[in-house]
Every structure is written in structure tokens, then in C-alpha cells.
Design a protein around this ligand. Structure first.
Ligand SMILES: *Cc1c(COP(=O)(O)O)cnc(C)c1O
Length: 478
């Protein structure tokens, strides 16, 4: 697999230069001090030329109200969901917890540049440095904080691959909240280490479908061996939260406005760090599942485009087997497979769409969320899709040059960074690339094992399969 490149394959003298007899070293990492950490999240809704359309109650087809949403989510989070304020202060206690790993570094990928022999400069923001290994604690911590402040004692959520569940477990133990994680049963069996992480942080992990909810019991009565899916897990988590409405709430790790906003700490830091580096990215890249890490790195750069007339390209990267932005349709659809959530205006493949089982589990989501969908519709961001083998090949280049094993999801962003760097070489032009490394892949080594064994394939997705799921939506909406 190693194409003959070693970390220090060349010993060269370009790493430093001498100016006035002083040796000047190239800087590898751009690191902010804790006192330079941004103290507000950015709410892009304030600056959007066309505001996102409202989410609708599926029964009344009327916009969802603060009251109905507050039965499911913490009150302050619902306020943020509906807010049009440009900046929202990060509470001091949240800032203190962020400091466990934030600010995260922006790193210049010199070794990758050399491997690609490109004139492009490649930078990455490393969100894999959090205790849970991904960007997800950036929103898990404020979600636990606001719920605790409201007196909530229990939270319920679901998790597929376990990334969100582990971030939420980490967050809840800081605030003495009992967390119940409905984890898709087959994932529980396939990914025992993420379950153990959640247990280590004190969460109660329940394989879904389970006998703890009416919904789960009904599923099990039909099929006792059901391995579950994300839609079922969401249904169980929401039911469990609604059942104990005075002490329990539900929480979600992507898609929603407040979640995207919490992640903007990534891009706010990156803006400062690129300035430290004396560079300005021509293109900013994030992988795309429900849109939270993409929004995190991208929205502050889109703000400069909107307000200062900058022309930074901001690119979302989705799997070719789950192409909601590049091949989906702009439609009202449910946020979950089971049809429990409000209907959201979004680019979607249809909530019944079942993406093939690629290893980037965090990107197997059918829709794109209201804000990103509106931005994409208005041409304020771009999207590309990448096949699985190209992502792992790019991920291996990154691992063999920069040393970090990337999460399979993050490999999608790396793949497009590599595409951009190769294009720069072909055109003989320099450019500056910034991508978000949304997480490390140390708990995803099984996926790499499959890649090494040549067991992974690219999935062609016929148009008929997309049409089938999207056409079903027309019926639901009438
Ligand atoms: C969950 C996850 C994603 C996808 O979710 P987004 O909301 O689109 O960011 C991407 N990368 C990693 C490492 C994840 O854990």
C-alpha cells in the first residue's frame, strides 16, 4: 500500500532559509493560544440573501413552533435553531470545556505537497484532536450544557457508527446528565470499541431495536432478529424523550441549524490561523454527511464572500453512493428514515433511500439540511462527489505523508484537496487549499483492513434508484 514514500523520504535543505544570518524555520503548525479562541459562534442565517424555508409540521403543514420543538429539544437550543442573530456568545463553561482540546491546529501539509509534487499549498484543520476523535464534541458540549442549565436530567440520542454517541457521552458526563444512546444493533456488534468509549464515559448504550420503547417492541414482535437502522434508532430515542417529557430531551448531531452553528468555531479559528500563516485559501473543503463539519469550516469563509466580496470557493464533498447535493432534488422531506421529524426543505435523495454500505458511515445520510440546501441552491457553495476507492487512496497518501490516519469520512475531503492540488500542477499555477480533517481513523481500522484486502468496491448508483425514492416524496407531500 505504501507507494515507496516515507515520512522523510527526502532530506533536503528547503526547510529553512537564512535571512541576515538568522536561520528561519518554516512553520508547520499554526496554533492559537487559548486566549485567542473565538468567543462566539457564527449564525450564517443573518447574512443569507435568501433565508432558509421553515420546517413544517407534517400534520398541519404549518411551520413548526417554538412550543412543539421545545418538547423534544432543550429550549435554548430551539431559540438558536430559530435565531437570526449574527453571533451568539459561547457560554464561559462551554469555552472552558472546549479548551480541553481547542483551539485545534491548522497544519501545513508540506509532506503531502511534496508527495504530490504540486505548486499548491495545502493546509488542514485538525479536528481529530478532540477526546472523542472528531469535530462532534463542538456541539455535544453546548447541547449538554444548555439542557443541564434547564434542569434536564436525562438525554436520549441515537448513533449509527458511534461517533455522535461517543461525543455526547463525553459531554454528558461533564454535566451529570444520564445519557441513553440507541445504537443500531448491527453497529454495536461491528464496532465494539465505540460502544466501549461510550461506556467509559458513563453512557447507557442500548442496541436498537430494543424492548425499552413501544416502537422497538413492535419491531421486535415482527422480527426478533432485526439488526436495526438509524431511522429505527431515532424513533426509539425520540419516543424515549417524549415519554419522560419533564426531565428528558432528545439531541441530534448534525443537520439542524443550531448544530451547524456550534461547529463554526472551526472556521472562526481557521480564519485567524490562515492570517497567521500569511495565506488566504482559494478553496475550502469539508466532507459532507449532514453538513455540520462542512458548515463549521465553511460558513465563516462564506461570510467573507457575502460581506467583503471575497471569492473563496467552499466545497462540500459527498460519497458518490449517497449524492444528495450533486444528484438529489430540492424538496420538503423528513429528516429521518422513519418519518418522525418535521419536514425540512432540503436537497434529498428521499428519506427511504438506502445508500450502499460504504465505510464512511457518517456520510450515509439522505439529505442536506435547510441552511446548506439554500446556500447550494443559491450558488454560494459547491459540491463534488467521490467514489470510495479514490477516498481511501487519498487517505493513504495523507497517512504516508503527514502520518495521521484519517477517518474514512475525512478521506472524502482529502480526495478533493488532492484533486485540486493535481489540477494546480497541471495548470502550473499555485493556489492555497484548506480542508477540514473532521476526525482521525484510529477506531476505523477495520475499514482500512478491507481496503488493504481489496474488498472495497466503487458503487455505481443508477438514476432509477434515486428517482424511486424521490418520487415517493411527491405522494407524501400531497
Ligand atoms: C459524523 C462525522 C462526519 C459527518 O457528519 P457531518 O455532520 O456532515 O459533519 C464526518 N466526519 C466525521 C469524522 C464524523 O464523525
Amino acid at each position: 500500500m505504501n507507494d515507496g514514500f516515507l515520512l522523510c523520504s527526502t532530506v533536503d535543505n528547503v526547510d529553512s532559509k537564512t535571512i541576515n544570518n538568522i536561520k528561519v524555520m518554516k512553520t508547520k503548525k499554526f496554533v492559537l493560544s487559548e486566549s485567542e479562541m473565538p468567543t462566539a459562534w457564527y449564525n450564517i442565517v443573518a447574512d443569507m440573501p435568501n433565508k432558509p424555508l421553515p420546517c413544517l409540521d407534517p400534520k398541519t403543514k404549518q411551520p413548526v413552533t417554538f412550543e412543539s420543538m421545545s418538547r423534544i429539544f432543550g429550549e435554548e437550543l430551539v431559540k438558536q435553531e430559530l435565531s437570526t442573530e449574527r453571533y451568539i456568545e459561547i457560554p464561559e463553561q462551554v469555552q472552558d470545556l472546549y479548551k480541553i482540546w481547542r483551539p485545534t491546529p491548522v497544519v501545513r501539509a508540506y509532506n503531502l505537497e511534496r508527495m504530490l509534487d504540486t505548486p499548491a499549498k495545502i493546509y488542514f484543520k485538525n479536528e481529530g484532536t478532540s477526546p472523542a476523535g472528531s469535530h462532534k464534541p463542538n456541539t455535544a458540549i453546548p447541547q449538554a450544557y444548555y439542557n443541564a442549565k434547564q434542569g434536564i436530567k436525562y438525554l436520549a440520542t441515537e448513533t449509527g457508527g458511534g461517533q455522535w454517541g461517543s461525543a455526547m457521552s463525553l459531554a454528558c458526563q461533564y454535566f451529570n446528565i444520564d445519557l441513553r444512546v440507541y445504537m443500531v444493533k448491527v453497529s454495536c456488534q461491528q464496532k465494539p470499541y465505540r460502544k466501549l468509549l461510550m461506556n467509559a464515559w458513563g453512557a447507557n448504550v442500548i442496541p436498537s431495536p430494543s424492548d425499552t420503547t413501544r416502537f422497538g417492541r413492535a419491531v421486535l414482535a415482527e422480527d426478533p432478529d432485526c439488526g436495526g437502522n438509524l431511522g429505527m434508532a431515532i424513533s426509539e430515542a425520540v419516543e424515549s424523550a417524549l415519554e419522560h417529557g419533564d426531565t428528558t430531551r432528545y439531541c441530534l448531531g448534525s443537520v439542524m441549524n443550531h448544530v451547524l452553528m456550534h461547529q463554526t468555531i472551526i472556521g472562526e479559528e481557521a480564519l485567524k490561523q490562515m492570517e497567521m500563516a500569511g495565506d488566504d485559501p482559494d478553496v475550502v473543503i469539508g466532507c459532507f454527511g449532514g453538513g455540520s463539519n462542512f458548515a463549521g469550516i465553511g460558513f465563516p469563509f462564506i461570510r467573507r464572500n457575502l460581506i467583503e466580496g471575497k471569492k473563496t470557493r467552499v466545497v462540500a464533498v459527498e460519497p458518490a453512493s449517497c449524492p444528495k447535493l450533486t444528484r438529489g432534488e430540492f424538496q420538503y422531506d423528513f429528516g429521518d428514515t422513519a418519518g418522525m421529524t418535521p419536514m425540512m426543505p432540503m436537497f434529498t435523495l428521499g428519506h427511504t433511500f438506502n445508500p450502499s454500505s460504504i465505510h464512511a458511515g457518517g456520510l450515509r445520510y439522505h439529505g442536506a439540511g435547510p441552511i446548506v440546501s439554500q446556500l447550494y441552491k443559491d450558488g454560494l457553495m459547491e459540491a463534488q462527489s467521490v467514489q470510495q476507492l479514490e477516498t481511501f487512496s487519498a487517505g493513504m497518501m495523507f497517512a504516508n505523508s503527514e502520518g495521521i490516519i484519517p477517518a474514512p469520512e475525512s478521506c472524502h475531503a482529502i480526495a478533493v484537496a488532492v484533486r485540486e492540488a493535481k489540477k494546480a500542477k497541471e495548470e502550473g499555477k499555485s493556489k492555497t487549499i484548506l480542508f477540514n480533517l473532521s476526525g482521525h481513523g484510529m477506531i476505523d481500522l477495520y475499514a482500512y483492513e478491507q481496503y488493504f484486502a481489496n474488498n472495497l468496491i466503487d458503487h455505481e448508483l443508477p438514476e432509477s434508484e434515486i428517482r424511486k425514492a424521490v418520487d415517493q416524496l411527491d405522494k407524501i407531500l400531497k
